[in-house]
Design a protein around this ligand. Structure first.
Ligand code: NAP
Length: 278
């Protein structure tokens, strides 16, 4: 029997690499994209990949993706909620609209897609591309951290509530991965910063500059997305996958660190931030 998988945000990075990896391993992949050129590009990689127009913030787009996929199958072996962006900034001056935008894509987007595709997901696997940010340790990227923690909470609840005992939800928490997300987030966050009053920019100038420098470093420094794609393949092939996987030394450190009492993690986080700002 064919194993159909839907991946959201498959135009680049982890999503595209995973689409290719799964297709090479016999899965039939519906690759969620938003642009015609990305459909052509992703479909040219492997004949097991079909590009599907899917914007996770647009319910009509999700419904038409569902109708399109229904022409091929009424069962998905897996849904991979991968589409995401990263917003950063100081909570004190972050526009609430930016936080809403962050949640609209990373959290509500995944929920919209899962709700629409639930009839196809009875005994399936839902794999969420969460992040080490879900451990909640990183100041100045709290919108992103909170979105990933929320994603994990909502989908763990979905699994516990669901009437299908065979539905499995798996959270993948990568550390830094070399993808376009870093450049995109620099661009998006610069725009947010420019919209702030001069007093806020001045107050947090050092931290903003550090964030940009760090994102620039991360775009070349992280693990190859191949590593995440390999882990997702392993999870899909496994009969009994764990509910959560961390990938990368940084993610494993973050997980360990997050288990300490909050007063201790806060003390060290402040200490590290102070050192980095000097
Ligand atoms: N890179 C890392 O260090 C890292 C670490 C941990 C977790 N992650 C997570 O991994 C996931 C994939 O990110 P990536 O690093 O591979 O970055 P990426 O290359 O920028 O991929 C992000 C994908 O999400 C799509 N997307 C954005 N907004 C969307 C929307 N409204 N509807 C549908 N698709 C949308 C993008 O499509 P367009 O091209 O059309 O914009 C793109 O395909 C994200 O959830 C991210 O949070 C990344």
């Amino acid at each position: 029997m064919e194993k159909y998988v839907l991946i959201t945000g498959a135009s680049s990075g982890i999503g595209k690499t995973t689409a290719i990896k799964l297709a090479q391993n016999g899965y039939k992949v519906f690759a969620g994209i938003r642009k015609q050129e990305d459909k052509i590009s992703v479909e040219s990689e492997n004949s097991n990949i079909q590009g599907i127009f899917l914007d996770v913030t647009d319910i009509e787009s999700i419904k038409s993706a569902f109708n399109e996929i229904s022409k091929f199958t009424d069962v998905l072996y897996a849904l991979i909620n991968n589409a995401g962006i990263a917003y950063a900034g100081a909570v004190e001056c972050l526009p609430v609209e930016t936080i809403q935008k962050q949640f609209d894509i990373n959290v509500f987007g995944a929920i919209r897609v899962a709700q629409q595709f639930m009839p196809m997901l009875c005994n399936s696997k839902i794999v969420n591309i969460s992040s080490m940010a879900s451990f909640g340790l990183f100041p100045f990227i709290s919108p992103y951290c909170a979105s990933k923690r929320s994603l994990d909470i909502f989908f763990n609840a979905l699994m516990l509530e669901c009437k299908s005992p065979e539905l499995k939800v798996i959270s993948i928490k990568p550390g830094v991965i070399k993808t376009k997300i870093w450049e995109k987030s620099i661009e998006a966050n610069k725009k947010v910063m420019e919209s702030l009053p001069e007093s806020s920019i001045e107050k947090y100038r050092c931290e903003f500059e550090y964030l940009v420098k760090n994102a620039e470093k991360n775009k070349d420094k992280g693990l190859d997305p191949e590593r995440v794609a390999g882990l997702i393949l392993k999870v899909l092939n496994s009969k009994n996958p764990r509910p959560s996987y961390t990938i990368g030394a940084d993610a494993k450190m973050a997980e360990l660190f997050s288990r300490l009492p909050l007063c201790i993690t806060n003390f060290f986080t402040k200490f590290i931030m102070k050192k980095r700002m000097n």
